[in-house]
Design a protein around this ligand. Structure first.
Ligand SMILES: C[S@@+](CC[C@H](N)C(=O)[O-])C[C@H]1O[C@@H](n2cnc3c(N)ncnc32)[C@H](O)[C@@H]1O
Length: 255
């Protein structure tokens, strides 16, 4: 796909520290449960730094990972025993062709929000379908757009203020400007951290797509996948007007 974003190396470097603090980890528990139930090979799309992947691997799952971002892949490999490196590839899920198929494919934590246009979204879903074994499943999640953020955006919200190593400060501050017509958030993340006794400050801008329920259903219907379950949280409760997550379980059409 036309690459609409580039994760900078400092984001990959601080990712695990930030999200151990910001994200409660319920999503990983949900995906790990699905991984434990899968009988064969598993693929994580957008594997990132291996937040869920590494636990699955340690539990003995036959799991592989792809990610479009070199800094994320490098970060993951730097924490992974060399004997597992062949399981990780830097690839774009929109057009990847692996010589393996899978019983379970997952894309945890809003990977699909990085795919901004409809053509690539359908290609992504069809690529997933072509890598599924008959009877295999694809599970992914997206966030339910928060109406307050849709209306007002986010202004200078510091969501992490701590240390990344003893005595070394790190802060992250987020801005988000909604573009309702194009269903995008224009996000800026400002990082500041101590490095060699100086405060380094970097700013990174990117877009994230937001989706609504019916659009997700239509997109899946247009693809080679069928939607077989649609949950509103990681405890598998149905969608309600108060849901904060969209969690989709799909199978190949005519599987
Ligand atoms: C928010 S991170 C989630 C990482 C990991 N799954 C987790 O749960 O922590 C989204 C990841 O998706 C990757 N990604 C985005 N678009 C992708 C694509 N088209 N193909 C493969 N990976 C993609 C990004 O590089 C990033 O590592």
């Amino acid at each position: 796909m036309e690459k609409d974003f580039e994760y900078p190396d400092y984001f990959a470097r601080f990712y695990d520290i930030l999200y151990a603090h910001i994200r409660e980890g319920k999503d990983c528990a949900f995906y790990l449960d699905e991984i434990a139930k899968a009988t064969g090979r598993i693929l994580e799309i957008g594997v990132g730094t291996g937040r869920c992947f590494k636990t699955a691997l340690n539990k003995g799952a036959d799991i592989y990972g792809v990610d479009i971002s070199k800094p994320m892949v490098d970060q993951l490999k730097s924490t992974l025993d060399k004997k597992y490196h062949h399981r990780i590839k830097q690839l774009d899920a929109v057009n990847m062709k692996l010589n393996q198929t899978f019983d379970l494919i997952i894309a945890p934590f809003r990977v699909f929000s990085h795919v901004l246009n409809e053509k690539d979204q359908i290609r992504f879903l069809n690529t997933v379908s072509s890598h599924l074994n008959p009877g295999g499943r694809f599970i992914f999640d997206l966030f339910v757009p928060n109406p307050i953020i849709l209306a007002y955006g986010i202004q200078n919200q510091t969501d992490f203020e701590g240390e990344y190593e003893p005595g070394k400060r790190l802060t992250r501050t987020v801005n988000s400007v909604p573009d309702i017509v194009n269903q995008l958030f224009n996000i800026t993340m400002i990082f500041a951290w101590d490095e060699n006794n100086t405060l380094v400050k970097k700013s990174w801008g990117f877009k994230m797509r937001f989706f609504f329920k019916y659009e997700i259903e239509y997109l899946i219907r247009l693809s080679e996948l069928n939607l077989v379950a649609f949950y509103g949280d990681f405890d598998k409760n149905p969608l309600t007007k108060d849901s904060r997550e969209f969690i989709m379980v799909c199978e190949r059409k005519n599987a």
